[in-house]
Design a protein around this ligand. Structure first.
Ligand SMILES: Nc1nc2c(ncn2[C@@H]2O[C@H](COP(=O)(O)OP(=O)(O)OP(=O)(O)O)[C@@H](O)[C@H]2O)c(=O)[nH]1
Ligand SMILES: [Mg+2]
Length: 423
């Protein structure tokens, strides 16, 4: 099964907790604090690889979690960092923020990497909090906790050439003839339900061809499998537009060409400006005169000065097409990566401090700067609480609270810490 869009959950590792410890050995009866810092949590990293060509593996596994950082240890030993979670995706995978539907990363090259979420920072050990006035801090800091995030993966095939046309015109057959690919071929429409990729070799050079599932009228608005297919044409440098000139299906070649071009234009990814090679397929089904007549009519109507007559059965035109593709590709630069939204899953505004009142009159303090501070303190004893209050003073929080009317004895809530204000 082919899967080219999937929503997954990713979670970076939490930071390890700082250690509270005091040096004790034969030489030092009352040593200083020596609790080391916690280790950093692992990042969640996406990595593109050419070894994959669908998102199928995400059908069953949808949650990816990086390792947590280890807690700090005594003797100033920092905890080990958590291992990164590296998620392999097929080259061409685009990461989308489900909240805005905007692209946040485009892994358009083999080996490209993107750090989606950074691991939490480790907490400081008590050694860190030692100062001239606080010789023996008996508290340490908790590690930063990272919450899970959702991200959409969407595969937008990367190929040099896209075979485009109505269903059943012979795209897959052509791919099987010019490349190493072995796609399903059958005499009914929509045989191909996902893009097949093949590597074509000509004159010692290679390029990648994608056989795009058949398009129909309204594809750009979702008819048939619509958008689903067109997104795989977005990145090709060259379109090989197949038209069944034999009209053996009862359709009209001149109309088909118009309809498909219209769909490419309506899809609005600059597809109408992508260079096309016009290929008349199934030439073997017509007598020479009839074929010429149809071609003349077509060429005149659509003002086309270049085309190739082809039959995958007799191989007529196949070598000419391969050379023509190569010739064109040499002139057409690779499409640039897609525009991405500057985005950071973990973006916090560390400048904010907000104060609100609970129903019972308690003061609730929140905001980015506070989150960081409150995680920092394990209120385990007077000393750690004093440190906490001091930091609140330094940050101006106490003054802000007073401005809002806080008096001695009022309750203040900061994250999971609730205390009574005492002057
Ligand atoms: N006579 C003749 N028949 C062909 C030729 N190429 C393909 N066919 C036949 O046309 C039918 C459709 O071929 P496919 O290659 O599956 O067509 P497709 O364009 O990939 O179709 P979808 O996947 O449905 O979009 C099959 O029965 C093929 O055998 C050709 O050059 N000559
Ligand atoms: Mg096909």
């Amino acid at each position: 099964m082919f899967l080219d869009r999937v929503k997954i959950t990713i979670k970076a590792g939490n930071g390890g907790k700082g250690s509270t410890s005091f040096l004790r050995n034969a030489q030092t009866a009352n040593g200083g604090p020596d609790g080391g810092d916690g280790g950093k949590g692992g990042d969640v990293v996406f990595k593109a690889t050419n070894d994959l060509n669908t998102l199928y593996s995400f059908r069953f596994k949808k949650k990816f979690v990086a390792q947590n950082g280890e807690d700090g240890h005594q003797k100033n030993q920092t905890g080990k960092s958590g291992k990164d979670e590296i998620i392999l995706v097929p080259t061409g995978t685009v990461l989308i923020n489900p909240k805005t539907d905007k692209i946040i990363a485009d892994l358009n090259e083999d080996g490209a990497k993107f750090v989606a979420v950074k691991g939490g920072l480790g907490g400081h050990g008590n050694a860190y909090f030692k100062s001239s006035v606080k010789q023996a801090p008996s508290f340490s800091q908790a590690g930063e906790v990272v919450s899970p995030k959702e991200v959409i993966l969407e595969l937008k095939t990367i190929a040099d050439v896209g075979l485009v046309g109505f269903p059943n015109v012979g795209k897959s057959t052509l791919l099987s003839v010019i490349s190493n690919a072995n796609p399903k071929i059958a005499n009914y429409p929509f045989t191909t339900i996902y893009p097949n990729l093949g590597v074509c070799e000509v004159l010692g050079e290679t390029f990648v061809v994608a056989d795009i599932p058949g398009l129909i009228e309204g594809a750009s608005e979702g008819a048939g499998l619509g958008h689903y297919f067109l997104k795989h044409v977005e990145r090709v440098r060259l379109i090989v537009h197949l038209i069944d000139i034999s009209e053996c299906e009862g359709r009209v070649a001149t109309e088909d060409f118009k309809v498909i071009n219209n769909e490419l234009k309506n899809y609005n990814a600059n597809l109408e400006n992508t260079k096309q090679i016009v290929v008349f397929s199934k030439c073997d089904l017509l007598e020479k005169d009839e074929l010429q007549e149809k071609i003349d009519k077509f060429v005149k109507l659509h003002k086309i000065d270049e085309y190739i007559c082809l039959s995958s059965y007799t191989r007529e035109g196949v070598e000419i097409l391969k050379k023509k593709i190569l010739e064109n590709l040499k002139r057409i630069p690779k499409k640039p990566a897609l525009q991405v939204e500057e985005f950071d899953f973990d973006k916090k505004d560390f400048s904010t401090i907000e104060i609100s009142r609970a129903d019972d009159g308690s003061f609730i303090v929140s905001g980015g700067r506070i989150e960081n501070l409150s995680r920092g303190v394990v209120i385990s004893d007077e000393l750690s609480f004093a440190y906490f209050q001091n930091r609140l003073k330094e940050m101006g929080v106490i003054d802000m609270l007073k401005e809002r009317g806080m008096k001695e004895g009022d309750t203040v809530i900061i994250k999971d810490i609730t205390f009574e204000y005492v002057e």
